[in-house]
Design a protein around this ligand. Structure first.
Ligand SMILES: Cc1cc2nc3c(=O)[nH]c(=O)nc-3n(C[C@H](O)[C@H](O)[C@H](O)COP(=O)(O)O)c2cc1C
Length: 294
């Protein structure tokens, strides 16, 4: 179950993604996930200039030779430099481009001729069909309960629905922090697990200690789904949302102080190195699958 079209496509050991997280996923975390046999990813928007992005990619290459992924928001209003960012990534031979917003129609040829794969975040079938038509290699099913900008559809429905309707490989995103949850996603038909919130509470994540502690202490009931903060529906820790709501300065540049997280907080009890997080997930995954086969 763990050697599948995704591991083949990306030349990785396990179909486990260190999901790109704004202001959280930087070279140390990306490299640690890739070194542990998954694929570490980060958002290009973590860097203000393409020069900084270029330097980050050199830094990652010093830490790992394994495949990595970069998330690029293809929407000029949010990310005016996306086309330069893509060029830098392809020059560095980044293995996977993950798009969110926009349709990768105009870049698919460029990405494929650079031998990179293109996976697209989706939250509904209409958009999934659009990116499938544009040539996406796989879909990332961003389900209800995911950290960051999240969808509204339950993974129980969304994963098999996307698979059936598009025929593309589907990576499950949302509330996967344990091997049992990853196994559940794969039983539903997912071809991989896209893991964000669990990796915020990793030693390598560039989140503050206060943020990591808040993740450990939070329960799923402490999470609020709102579009008030960024204009797009996303999941946030309610306590930090309340502080933001009551503050005068609501500029999004304050993102560092507003903590995003998904429902997986229920299962996160400690800060661990990314390698250990991966090992725990894979060990539990294997024992759950084995038990089901007995
Ligand atoms: C703090 C935070 C920042 C995020 N930033 C981004 C981002 O910049 N781009 C993106 O495509 N997804 C972003 N996401 C979403 C993740 O890539 C992923 O879809 C999500 O974390 C999966 O759900 P989980 O957190 O329940 O594991 C972010 C998520 C979190 C928690």
């Amino acid at each position: 179950m763990l050697k599948n079209k995704i591991t083949q496509m990306l030349k990785i050991e396990y179909p486990v993604f260190g999901a790109p997280m704004f202001l959280v996923s930087y070279p140390e975390l990306v490299a640690a996930v890739s070194e542990a046999g998954g694929i570490g990813c980060f958002p290009s928007m973590n860097y203000r200039t393409t020069q900084e992005l270029n330097e980050a990619l050199f830094e990652i290459k010093e830490k790992t030779q394994k495949p990595i992924g970069v998330n690029i928001v293809l929407y000029k209003e949010h990310n005016p430099n996306w086309s330069e960012q893509l060029k830098v990534c392809l020059d560095h031979k980044v293995d996977l481009i993950i798009t969110s917003m926009g349709v990768p129609r105009t870049i698919i040829g460029e990405v494929k001729s650079a031998n990179a794969k293109i996976f697209c975040d989706v939250i509904d079938l209409r958009y999934a069909k659009t990116v499938a038509k544009a040539g996406a290699d796989a879909l990332i099913a961003v389900c209800a309960g995911a950290g960051g900008h999240a969808g509204r559809i339950s993974p129980f429905s969304f994963i098999p629905y996307l698979k059936e309707e598009t025929g593309l490989p589907v990576i499950a995103a949302g509330s996967i922090a344990t091997g049992r949850q990853m196994a559940a996603a794969m039983v539903l038909g997912a071809d991989g697990a896209f893991i964000g919130t669990r990796f915020i509470a990793s030693t390598e994540a560039k989140a503050s200690d206060a943020y990591k502690t808040a993740i450990i202490n939070a329960k799923p009931e402490d999470i609020i789904y709102t579009d008030e903060i960024s204009g797009v529906y996303a999941n946030w820790l309610k306590e930090s949302y309340d502080i933001w709501k009551n503050s005068k300065n609501k500029d999004l540049k304050n993102w560092k102080e507003i903590y995003s997280a998904g429902h997986a907080t229920a299962q996160i009890k400690n800060i661990l190195p990314a390698k250990k997080i991966m090992a725990n997930i894979l060990q539990e995954f294997n024992s759950v699958i084995k038990r089901m086969q007995d």
